[in-house]
Ligand binder design. Structure first.
Ligand SMILES: NC(=O)C1=CN([C@@H]2O[C@H](COP(=O)(O)OP(=O)(O)OC[C@H]3O[C@@H](n4cnc5c(N)ncnc54)[C@H](O)[C@@H]3O)[C@@H](O)[C@H]2O)C=CC1
Ligand SMILES: O=C([O-])CC(=O)C(=O)O
Length: 333
């Protein structure tokens, strides 16, 4: 699989590239960024990291399957060989001064509209591929990129999976369960309008309930913690570890779905395990426009199915409020 990171010299882009290369040394990874010197430096550094991650030196037979990590000029996109199988967008404008405030993602919108329009102009030069958007605010930026490019909507995914780990952390703290045993999917906006789906809460595989106060505390924690991390570590250091680990999970699901579809015994529709990512909606959950995180199955080419879970009245109302937030002035975003 060849993954191209647009904005690959960014803090988050370079971290994602390193985590991907370490997790799967067979990947080809290309960093594209106007900061060409930094992109080159990250590519060479990650190439050396991949040597250790692979346990090199290796026998020639295994080494032949290894991918390459390189930097490329944005003008070289159409000529990349092999052609990209997945584009990850981490390009962003300079961070606003209040980048550690809770509305920091919204504050990025104005600058990142222009950035994403430029990215769309560049991507038009290649065939349509799945696009995973990390640039904030992801719901609006994914929507804008989709509209600008006009590729099939199921190619577009906005990354919001960190919320699931954050919700599990706080539920674990409240209940005494280990966070790794907690399943609580998070739909809605990647921001204030998150909608943890407590009706699907499972601890160690069993249905579990938490009180209204606990639910409220979980929502607050998930909203607050990324900004607490940024304020303690510095505005240029957002949650890059959880993000890169979550991106690896998304990429693995796409690769697994691709290989299942190719095998003669597996289902053709890709992986049936749903994860919540932001994608353009066309009637799902009653919404005809905008992007929101909803449960999706993945295939090698993007979204397979958008699942329509039965939600409680409260979850439905919160999802409607999230939709209202991400579609306000949609023509401007
Ligand atoms: N969805 C998520 O969970 C997360 C999202 N983010 C978002 O990712 C974005 C990047 O964050 P950082 O890595 O901290 O930013 P950064 O400031 O380190 O890097 C931004 C990069 O974008 C590049 N860039 C600017 N204009 C470009 C263009 N037109 N085409 C290609 N590249 C361009 C810059 O040269 C720079 O390398 C932000 O919007 C941030 O909020 C960050 C962490 C998690
Ligand atoms: O808000 C940020 O800059 C980073 C982000 O989206 C996250 O970690 O969820």
């Amino acid at each position: 699989m060849h993954i191209v990171l647009i904005g690959g010299a960014s803090t988050i882009g370079s971290t994602v590239a390193d985590t991907l290369a370490t997790a799967d040394p067979t990947l080809d990874i290309t960093l594209v960024d106007p900061a060409t010197e930094a992109a080159w430096a990250h590519a060479v550094d990650i190439t050396h990291a991949a040597f250790h991650a692979a346990g090199a030196p290796l026998g020639g037979e295994r080494a032949d399957s290894f991918g390459t990590i390189q930097a490329a000029d944005i003008d070289a996109l159409p000529a990349l060989d092999p052609a990209p199988d997945l584009v990850i967008v981490t390009a962003a404008g300079p961070r606003p001064d209040d980048a550690t405030d809770r509305d920091a993602r919204d504050a990025e919108l104005e600058a990142n509209r222009a950035v994403v329009d430029d990215v769309a102009d560049r991507l038009r030069a290649i065939e349509s591929v799945p696009v995973l958007v990390l640039t904030n605010p992801i719901d609006r930026i994914t929507h804008r990129l989709w509209r600008r490019l006009g590729w099939p909507r199921k190619r577009f995914l906005g990354y919001s999976l960190s919320e699931t780990a954050r919700a599990a952390h706080e539920i674990g703290r409240q209940t005494g369960a280990h966070p790794c045993t907690v399943t609580c999917p998070v739909m809605g906006e990647h921001g204030e309008g998150i909608v943890p789906i407590f009706s699907k809460l499972r601890i160690d595989g069993d249905p579990a309930t938490v009180t209204a106060d606990q639910r409220s505390a979980v929502r607050e924690f998930v909203r607050r913690v990324p900004f607490e991390i940024a304020s303690r570590r510095g505005a240029n250091e957002t949650s890059r570890w959880v993000t890169s680990a979550g991106v690896v999970r998304v990429v693995r699901s796409m690769i697994d779905a691709g290989s299942t579809a190719r095998s003669s015994t597996g289902p053709a529709g890709g992986s049936r395990t749903a994860i919540c990512l932001s994608t353009p909606l066309d009637g799902e959950y009653g919404f005809d426009d905008g992007c929101l995180s909803v449960p999706v199955t993945l295939t090698a080419t993007g979204v397979g199915d958008i699942l329509e879970w039965e939600l409680t009245e409260e979850e439905t109302a919160r999802l409607a409020a999230a939709h209202e937030r991400v579609t306000a002035d949609l023509e401007l975003s």
